[in-house]
Every structure is written in C-alpha cells, then in structure tokens.
Design a protein around this ligand. Sequence first.
Ligand SMILES: [Fe+2]
Ligand SMILES: [Fe+2]
Length: 265
Amino acid sequence: MNKDLEQNIKAIISSFPAVGDILNEYKIGCTSCAAGTCRLKDIVEIHNLPAEEEEKLMGRIALAISPDGGLKVPKSGRKPAAAPGTLKYSPPLRRLVEEHLLIKRLLALLPRLAADLGSEEGAGLALSGLDFIRNYADKYHHAKEEEILFKYFDPDLEVIKTMLKDHAAGRGHVKGAAEALAAKDAAAAAAHLLAYRDLLSEHIKKEDEILYPWMDRNLSLNQVGELFGKFAEADSKFDPAAIARQEAFAADLEEKLADEAAAQA
Ligand SMILES: [Fe+2]
Ligand SMILES: [Fe+2]
C-alpha cells in the first residue's frame, strides 16, 4: 500500500471510483476538490482522523484497490486527534482563528448588502464592505498567512497551493464587485459579493478545522514562538486605529441591518 499512499488522489479515484465514495463518507471531499493532486498519504495525515477510524478508512480503501486483500495497511504513528469541538490552537494560530471570527461576521452580512445595491446608500455600504475585505481580510490577515505562516511549509504542498488559489480568487471577486459597482451593474456586483462569501466561508472552515490543526502538529515549539514574534511584528506595522475602525464598521453594520430587519418585521 505504500506505493498507493504516494499517488495523487485524483489518479487513484479515476482508477478506483469506490475510493472517492469511501472518502466522501468520511467527509473528505476529494471528489469535488478542484486540485486533486494531493497524495493519499497527505490527505490522511491532514484530516487527522482518530487512529481506529483511520485504520478502518485505509482498510476499506485497500480493499477497494485490491479486493483480494493483497494490500497491507501501514499503522498510523500519529498523535490521536482532538475530539470534535475541542480544537486547541497554538497562540499564533489562535490569533488567526480569532481574526476569522471578525471576517465571518462581515461575510454573514454580505447577502443583505448584495440585496440592496440599487440605492446610493446600499452601494456605498457595499464599497465600505469591500474596503473592510481589502484592508482587514486581505492586507492584514491573508498577508500574515502568505508572507509568514505558509513560509514554514513546502510551497509545493497541494493544500498550500489551494489556499493561495482561494486568496487569489477572492481578490478577483473583490475587484469584480468594485468594477461592477462603478459601472452601476447591481446584479454583477451582487454575484461577486455572494461568490466571495461562499468562497471565503469554505476557506476559513478548511483553515480552522483542517489546515491550522495540521500545521500546529507539524510546527516545533521553537517555530511556534518564532511565529508568534513575527505575527506581533507584522501587527505592529498596522495602525491599531485602522483595525479598530474595521471592527467598528462590522459592529455598526450588524446593528443597522438588525434594526432594519426589526422595522420590517
Ligand atoms: Fe487563508
Ligand atoms: Fe485565514
């Protein structure tokens, strides 16, 4: 089975479609992933299933590849996975998860913003939303991931390439939304805002639940300390008032939209 572990997952699934069905059962969405060039070995490692589940999964994959039972499943030597809902992060990665919380608050408001782009006020709010995304989500948060955190890992890893592609696609939607707003094309702007919401919600979920816990398992204590220092240095280059303004923008918008919803009820 060691040879199969080194193969990319799309090649395995195309030769043995049942492997894709088995992975789907474990909520490992390789069949729908656009990349699909991850090695089976990395997928199993990154998803960090409890040892007995991993053994069951690998046993089923081995049987799907070789129904005569000729493949041997190697024992997992990894530390046990955290129970669901009890994910613990190192201090620097916890910081990124906390930044995700604010980004998710803005994402939750995007459908309401997208529904009212015809009015001048609505278009103005959407422009402020794009400003939040550019400055907080991208220049502040994604820059720390791209310029610091991801540098600790092999840039050829498919999971890193996928995260970078998501960031680039997000920037494309922000640019598209801004151009559509300038052209007073409310429908196109709404489509970009909603696509951005879908893309980034899924991206953050992958980082919180899969990528960051995997990174934490692979960083040494020294690297965690170094990362903490580098994040603090990156943060010090940002004007705290500008960050506070973005936080206040999200809070004010939540309040305004909640008041409007209450008035309509
Ligand atoms: Fe990211
Ligand atoms: Fe992130």
